[in-house]
Write a protein that binds this ligand. Structure first.
Ligand code: P6P
Length: 337
């Protein structure tokens, strides 16, 4: 069987064999995310047809109006993870606090915690633009058998055991890593099976796409303004191409395939930027580094940041290594001036 014909299930079994110490729980966890992704995909793909659009009337802790699909996706992932009895805790963009989960034996003895953005880019739902689910997986650090605590969730990104995203786009793909390489699987909706379509994904050696919401330009730090002007200058291999979907998963996915950088900086309005460290930046940074790219807050590696709050935000520069390093150069130069 060629690599490309391999299903996600077969891939997980093969990878499982590689992890001689793995008890198979991580594989079962990835499998539960696979199932939840199919269920959410079914609703996302028909969102325009049924009354599931529009605000659910509530607001999440970010103060953002919750789209019904946000709420639905959050419920599907939480229910699927609980029913599979694999995790001891879940944190979600849509939940104010983390959820502590007992196993089937009514004990807190499962070893993984999952942090997620169940439907990122949800403001695009009503206009039929791709959205995504982002997930991040850690081993718990507090004693097994006790309820999880905030400490289990506030781990630096370099402690992740796996991370990935599902992009609900022209096709539905799950892209994830368990630490050794990044692999992409495309869903065949006719039979509900994901097939390995993008083995060992890597950023190209160079890139010429920059993704940033230039509507915020006047509020950007000087270093970001200088980098954008650099991208737009006529020198050498520029001007670059500007592409911004307004959906992190989609912008990241395109940049990883074609080569590019995604920037969501701090601004004079939002001193820490908009993206959340735990369930957006850390998982995407985990993937970026394993695909040969880089992720920082403009100065420091994202995966080394010690979290202090569940929903904390950080400035985010992520993509081709050389593009991120050039942007960091402008950030450091501007900081000195
Ligand atoms: P803005 C979606 O809400 C999100 O978190 C990311 O997916 C996306 O890249 C960003 O915010 C878009 O934010 O302020 O440019 O609309």
């Amino acid at each position: 069987m060629t690599e490309h014909n391999k299903t996600l299930g077969e891939f997980i079994i093969n990878k499982q064999a590689e992890f001689k110490y793995s008890s198979g729980e991580l594989s079962r966890l990835i499998n539960s995310i696979r199932l939840a992704g199919k269920i959410v995909n079914h609703e996302v793909n028909k969102a325009g047809l049924v009354d599931i659009l529009g605000a659910a009337g509530g607001e999440n802790i970010q103060g953002e109006t919750q789209q019904k699909l946000d709420v639905y996706a959050n419920e599907v992932f939480i229910k699927t993870l609980i029913n599979r009895e694999i995790v001891c805790g879940i944190a979600s963009e849509e939940e104010d606090d983390f959820i502590s989960i007992k196993g089937g034996n009514n004990k807190n003895d499962n070893k993984y915690v999952v942090l997620m953005d169940p439907l990122d880019g949800s403001s695009n739902i009503d206009v039929n633009v791709s959205v995504g689910t982002i997930f991040s997986i850690y081993r718990r650090v507090t004693p097994s058998g006790t309820p999880v605590t905030l400490e289990d969730f506030l781990q630096p990104g370099n402690q992740q055991v796996a991370a990935g995203y599902i992009v609900y786009g022209t096709s539905t793909m799950i892209v994830y890593s368990t630490g050794h390489g990044v692999n992409g699987f495309t869903l065949n909706p006719a039979i509900g099976t994901y097939y390995l379509s993008h083995p060992n994904m890597k950023f190209p050696a160079s890139g010429n796409i920059y993704s940033v919401n230039e509507g915020n330009y006047i509020h950007f730090p000087q270093g970001v303004k200088d980098y954008i002007k650099y991208c737009q200058s006529e020198e050498e291999d520029r001007p670059y191409t500007s592409r911004y979907i307004g959906s992190l998963v989609s912008d990241f996915h395109r940049n990883m395939i074609k080569g590019g950088i995604y920037i969501y900086p701090n601004t004079s309005k939002n001193r820490d930027g908009k993206l959340r460290l735990l369930y957006e930046c850390n998982p995407m940074a985990f993937l970026a580094e394993r695909a040969g790219g880089k992720a920082s807050n403009g100065f420091k590696r994202i995966l080394e940041i010690k979290p202090t709050e569940l929903h904390q935000r950080v400035p985010f520069f992520c993509g081709n290594k050389e593009m991120v390093e050039k942007a960091e150069e402008f950030m450091k130069k501007a900081e000195k001036e």
